[in-house]
Design a binder for this molecule. Structure first.
Ligand code: FES
Ligand code: FES
Length: 208
């Protein structure tokens, strides 16, 4: 019988033994942190820990370059909201199910809540704050207003960012196609007819 190979990396195997009490204490601390409302691991405590850890992140957001010391566990959503005060990108579910946090990352639409900031050093990010040109709305923003593509507005930033991605990908050729490729963006107010109409109109405007 060949000897079984250990899957523990040598460096980890060399760590000093940890007692059961220490493991339970550490786990209880982690669970308490995760259970705090609003995802406390994302906020001030995480930022402080990140600064202490000294993980450096360089990103360009809406054309502005930033260099930040972050916690390597922080999502791009939390870096945008907590560190850069760009709160137009919303935290709905914080688990990839609603699309309220959609941004463009190097031109691709992504859920910012599921994207670790530390993995995207050097990235170019566009958020809803960077879509208009000064006072001039992007055609998609104007179309959302024209077609009543929102009610409470909580999902709207994510819908617009995702709509921009949908148009850029060439997935906005018909209402059915728009519905399919926007299915990751939930609107609790049910403004879907206006959202689809707005994306269809902006698609024509952008391509004409
Ligand atoms: S907050 Fe990211 S998908 Fe819901
Ligand atoms: S406008 Fe209210 S959730 Fe979409």
């Amino acid at each position: 019988m060949p000897e079984e190979t250990s899957h523990i990396p040598p460096a980890a195997a060399a760590f000093p033994p940890v007692s059961r009490r220490e493991v339970l204490q550490a786990t209880a601390g982690a669970v308490a942190l995760a259970a705090l409302p609003g995802g406390a691991a994302d906020s001030a405590a995480a930022a402080e820990a990140g600064a202490a850890a000294g993980h450096s992140l360089r990103i360009t957001v809406n054309g502005h370059a930033h260099e930040l010391a972050i916690d390597p566990r922080q999502s791009i959503l939390d870096v945008l909201r907590e560190r850069l005060n760009l709160t137009g990108t919303k935290k709905g579910c914080n688990q990839g199910a609603c699309g309220a946090c959609t941004i463009l990352l190097n031109g691709q639409r992504v859920n910012a809540c599921l994207t670790l900031a530390a993995m995207h050093d050097g990235a170019e990010i566009t958020t809803i704050e960077g879509v208009a040109q000064g006072e001039a709305l992007h055609p998609l923003q104007a179309a959302f207003i024209e077609h009543d593509g929102f009610q409470c507005g909580y999902c709207t930033g994510g819908q617009i960012m995702s709509g921009l991605g949908c148009i850029a990908e060439g997935h906005a050729g018909s209402p059915a196609e728009i519905k399919a490729w926007m299915s990751g963006n939930i609107c609790r107010c049910g403004a879907y007819p206006g959202i689809v109409a707005a994306i269809a109109q902006a698609n024509k405007a952008v391509r004409s």
